[in-house]
Design a protein around this ligand. Sequence first.
Ligand code: ZN
Ligand code: ZN
Length: 375
Amino acid sequence: MAVSDLCTKFPLLCIPVSSGQPHSFSGFISIGDIDYAVYLSTPHFPLLKGLTLSTDAQLSSIIHTCQAQLSEVEKTCSTVLEYLIKFQHICSSSQRREQDVEDLSLLRSSHLRSLLSHLEVVGWSRVTQISPDFTSISLEARDEKGRSHLLQVRIGSGYPQEPPCVEADMPLGLKVSWNSVEGLSCIVSAWEDQLKSLQLFWDVLDELDEMVLVLDPQNPTRRHTTRRILLSNHVSVQLCVSVAHPRSLPQCHFLGTSRLTAPLNALLTEKYEEWDPDRSIVSNLEAILGVSVVKSRSADSEGMAEEWSAECAVCYSLHLEDALPDLTCDHCSQAFHVQCLYEWLCNLTNSRQSMNVIFGECPYCTQLISCKVPS
Ligand SMILES: [Zn+2]
Ligand SMILES: [Zn+2]
């Protein structure tokens, strides 16, 4: 009975098969989350009298920290089972105390102390993520328009004498003059000042994203200064919006067949002075170039976006890995990925290749089209 009680309570302890009487047990006792190997000699089982316990160095050091308590318990218990239950309990709480002391001593180290006081100033409500060792912190700020911005901070062991590495989702890198007394809070105030100064830039880009069909980047973030938009069928323009003067004429690079892009370039050169900073980029482009900009699906009430397709006519998609349909047919203006058109032409029996250019029929209008062999 006493043996089965013991085995129910400590299932990892076994009685050596050979012994008739359980004068010894070996196996494991769980302390906290860890199973420690033990060997018990119990000459008077089930009585506690004469018990000796051998174990590894780790459990021995735990036993050492609560030796006095264990000796007390040994005096009051009469059976092995009774003693082991209390032994397990005392060692578990002693192990927990050790861990707490370790955590605390980590927190007491000076760099963590100053980091915590700096975080206190910044405000814990701004912290969206923090790693358990306090080396990586994500902070969030909302600007006047309610846009959310993120700042990644990596704290090194030299903090606060050494500035942390920071990464903000902004078009220009975050400029901070580091001050070890203010620490993290001087980064946050520099970040907020720069967020304020970029409001107009993001207003302009948000307006653009809302109105037009953006081909690239696929998922713009707050650091992107460029947008590739569709102007009219098969001509797109890469706009690079000025960070300092977002309402001024952006850098424009037209993409499409030269027959269609050349007149647009000429118009822009001729009429760039008509750019009106009080109007949106879209209405300026439309007024100066005399074309309509393809509106986004949400902004387009007449379903024009469907019709103004920018997709490659071979694979029917816009993005082929990182490539956009950059090659257009001079006759029908249909756009293709270079890779798609090349493969198409290679498969035609009447195509011919000269040096690194292949000639054949346009998959759309069957007129002559050529493309360079992709590298
Ligand atoms: Zn394609
Ligand atoms: Zn064609």
